[in-house]
Design a protein around this ligand. Structure first.
Ligand SMILES: NC(=O)c1ccc[n+]([C@@H]2O[C@H](COP(=O)([O-])OP(=O)(O)OC[C@H]3O[C@@H](n4cnc5c(N)ncnc54)[C@H](O)[C@@H]3O)[C@@H](O)[C@H]2O)c1
Length: 274
C-alpha cells in the first residue's frame, strides 16, 4: 500500500470484478472483497504477483455489518476513487429468495455502506443487468424498491411471492438501476457520482453457466447469435465502460444506467429493423 494514494474498491472478484480490478487498479491501492474465500485468495495473490497494491477481505454483501467494516477499512487506505460492485448470483445459481438476498439487498447494502465514506470525486458503479432493463414494474413498486430503507427490501420481495429465480433476477436487477437513480442526489451532495451498468451476455463463469442451462440456455445462445455486434461480450468490454464512467470524461453522468449489451435489447425490441 502507498499511503494517501487513491483507492479502488472491487466487490466481487468473478469475471467482471477481476477485469475491473486490473483496469482501474493500476497505480492505485486496490481493496477486493468476495464471499468465496478461496477464489478471493487466488485473485488477490495473482494481482499482488502482477504488481498491484492489493488488500482483501472475505465478506458477504448480504451482511451490512461486514460491508460497513470493509468501508471503514477502505477509508484508512486513502481517498476513494471508485467502488465497483460486481458481486451477484444468476438464475441458475440459486433460489429466488437467495437471488433477492444477494442481488437486491446486497446491492443496497453496498450502496449504503460506502455512501458513508465517499468523498468528492468518488464514483460508485453497480453492475445490474440487461434483465433489469427488460423488466417493467408498477410505479409504486419501483418507488418502494428505490427508496425504502435497505432493511425493508426483503419484506417487499417476500410479499411479491416470486419463486422463479429468473423472475427474481429481473426484479432485483431493475431494483439495482432504481436504487442507483435514487442515490444520485445523496452522492451528489458530497461531490460523488453513482451509476449502474447493465451488461448483456458476457463471457464469464456466470455467463457460460447460464448459456449451458437446460431451461433457457438455448434462448441465451440464440441471443448471442442475434446480437447486432455479432459476438458475446467480454468482461473487458464491461471494464472499459466502468473505467470511462469513473473518469473525469464521464463527470456529467450520474443516477443513470448504461446498457452494455452489444445491441441485443434494441434487437429484441425492433427485430432486424426492417
Ligand atoms: N455474465 C453475464 O452474462 C452477466 C450478464 C448480465 C449481468 N451480469 C451481472 O454482472 C455481475 C458480475 O457477474 P460475473 O459475470 O462477473 O459473475 P461471476 O460469477 O464471475 O462473479 C460474481 C462474483 O460474485 C461473488 N458473490 C456471489 N455472491 C456473493 C455474496 N453474497 N457476497 C459477496 N460476493 C458474492 C462470487 O463469489 C463471484 O466471485 C453480477 O451482478 C451479474 O448478475 C452478468
Amino acid at each position: 500500500m502507498t499511503t494517501g494514494r487513491a483507492v479502488v474498491v472491487v466487490v466481487g472478484v468473478g469475471g467482471m470484478g477481476v477485469a475491473c480490478a486490473r483496469r482501474l487498479g493500476i497505480g492505485r491501492n486496490l481493496f477486493v472483497t468476495d464471499s468465496n474465500a478461496s477464489n478471493l485468495e487466488r485473485v488477490a495473490h495473482d494481482l499482488a504477483r502482477d504488481g498491484f497494491a492489493v488488500e482483501r477481505a472475505v465478506s458477504d454483501v448480504t451482511d451490512i455489518d461486514a460491508m460497513r467494516e470493509g468501508a471503514d477499512r477502505v477509508k484508512t487506505m486513502g481517498p476513494i476513487a471508485a467502488i465497483v460492485h460486481t458481486a451477484g448470483l444468476s438464475p441458475t445459481m440459486a433460489s429466488a429468495d437467495k437471488i433477492f438476498a444477494v442481488d437486491l439487498l446486497g446491492t443496497a447494502n453496498v450502496i449504503d455502506a460506502f455512501e458513508a465514506v465517499i468523498t468528492a470525486g468518488s464514483v460508485g458503479v453497480c453492475i445490474a443487468s440487461m434483465a433489469g432493463s427488460l423488466t417493467d414494474l408498477e410505479p409504486d413498486l419501483e418507488r418502494q424498491l428505490a427508496t425504502l430503507p435497505s432493511s425493508e427490501l426483503m419484506a417487499v420481495a417476500a410479499a411479491l411471492g416470486i419463486t422463479d429465480p429468473t423472475v427474481a433476477y429481473g426484479y432485483a436487477k431493475r431494483a439495482n438501476q432504481l436504487r442507483v437513480e435514487a442515490a444520485a442526489s445523496r452522492w451528489g451532495r458530497v461531490g460523488a457520482r453513482i451509476v449502474s451498468v447493465s451488461p448483456g451476455i458476457i463471457s464469464t463463469g456466470m455467463g457460460h453457466q447460464e448459456m449451458a442451462s437446460q431451461t433457457f440456455g438455448g434462448v441465451m445462445r440464440s441471443m448471442v447469435e442475434t446480437t447486432p455486434v455479432g459476438r458475446i461480450g467480454t468482461a473487458e468490454d464491461v471494464a472499459a465502460v466502468v473505467e470511462w464512467l469513473c473518469s473525469p470524461a464521464a463527470s456529467f453522468i450520474s443516477g443513470t444506467d448504461i446498457l452494455v449489451d452489444g445491441g441485443i435489447t434494441a434487437a429484441m425490441h425492433w427485430g432486424d429493423g426492417e
